[in-house]
Design a protein around this ligand. Structure first.
Ligand SMILES: [Ca+2]
Ligand SMILES: [Ca+2]
Length: 326
């Protein structure tokens, strides 16, 4: 209050001088409230043949509890039928604003308790504007246990796995109250493991695991309420049904730089986890420079190759090559 009294005379002086310098703009600037918002209920003067200012009304709710949804949409009209756009001042950080409809909405999460003041919503027809009285929203702590919102979980687990290739699925989960979450699973396949902190189900089925693993149920709990994904199944197949062609330039030197005179063939290694090659194929023909790898699953695969000499000595891996099959 003390600071404001010291500042007031300076503000007044600058207003007077601005009016003196720009007389035509003086009336307009006086018809507006602070921060450029028009005073409520005083649309700008309408002379015959000129634009009529839009009208805005509505009474926003002034409180919301953590985890609950807040929504307010003002009513606005324009007697000329002009297209209207809305703007907001001092928008709460937890809310979003729709400039086409004027809707202010959001769901404050834990830690955002407090008073959000001076919220101004105005509407403009491009020439004139009108504003609601500024208002505040109090975000209250959520103290009633019955008001706890259940956690949310979503995601689409892949329905197929292939023997000797890794499988992984992580659900998306959140809690409107910001509660910490833990995950559980029912009917976990024998070849998979489950992370109760993240909900990740992962593993590598082997040929012995070929078959259908059904009714897998992943759930998330906030300690009070539990939400589950729809039960799903993973069909472990023996082989994939895709193929890809690899090609290369046959090597002419040994790793020490000497001439390679006894090349006997190649080996190709691959898998769907980078650096972890769970499958391989041997090519006993040094004259070949391309090869079709068959029975591959969909997804991202990494391949490397080696060359083999007549003594059975194998080179280091080539640089990896990544392919995405679908
Ligand atoms: Ca208008
Ligand atoms: Ca909750």
């Amino acid at each position: 209050m003390y600071t404001r009294e010291r500042v007031n005379p300076i503000f007044l002086l600058s207003t007077i001088s601005a009016c003196a310098l720009a007389l035509s703009g003086c009336l307009e600037s006086q018809s507006k409230g602070v921060n450029g918002f028009a005073d409520p209920g005083t649309p700008s003067t309408n002379t015959p043949g000129s634009n009529a200012a839009p009208l805005i009304s509505g009474v926003p709710s002034t409180s919301v509890s953590i985890g609950d949804v807040y929504s307010f949409t003002p009513t606005a009209t324009d007697s000329d039928g002009d297209k209207l756009t809305f703007s907001i001042d001092n928008k709460p950080q937890w809310a979003s604003f729709n400039s086409a409809t004027g809707e202010l909405s959001g769901q404050p999460t834990l830690g955002l308790e407090g008073d959000y003041t001076g919220i101004g919503i105005s509407v403009s027809d491009g020439k004139a504007s009108a504003a609601l009285p500024r208002f505040s929203i109090t975000v209250a702590q959520d103290t009633t246990p019955s008001a706890n919102s259940a956690p949310l979980i979503s995601g689409t687990p892949p329905g197929t796995a292939t023997a000797d290739y890794s499988y992984a699925f992580v659900p998306n989960a959140s809690d409107p109250d910001g509660d910490s979450l833990s995950f559980s699973v029912q009917n976990l396949p024998a070849w998979a493991s489950f992370d109760s902190a993240t909900g990740k189900l992962s593993g590598m089925p082997r040929i012995d695991n070929v078959g259908m693993f059904s009714n897998i149920l992943i759930s998330v709990s906030d300690g009070q309420k539990t939400t589950s994904l729809r039960p799903f199944a993973i069909n472990v197949q023996e082989l994939g049904n895709l193929s890809t062609t690899l090609s290369w330039t046959p090597p002419t030197e040994n790793e020490d730089g000497s001439a390679l005179t006894d090349l006997a063939g190649y080996k190709i290694y691959w898998g769907n986890t980078p650096g972890n090659y769970t499958k391989s194929a041997r090519i006993d023909n040094p004259g070949i420079s391309s090869y079709v790898v068959e029975n591959l699953p969909a997804g991202r695969l990494e391949f490397v190759a080696t060359s083999v000499n007549s003594a059975g000595i194998e080179s280091d891996y080539s640089n990896p090559m990544t392919k995405v099959l679908n």
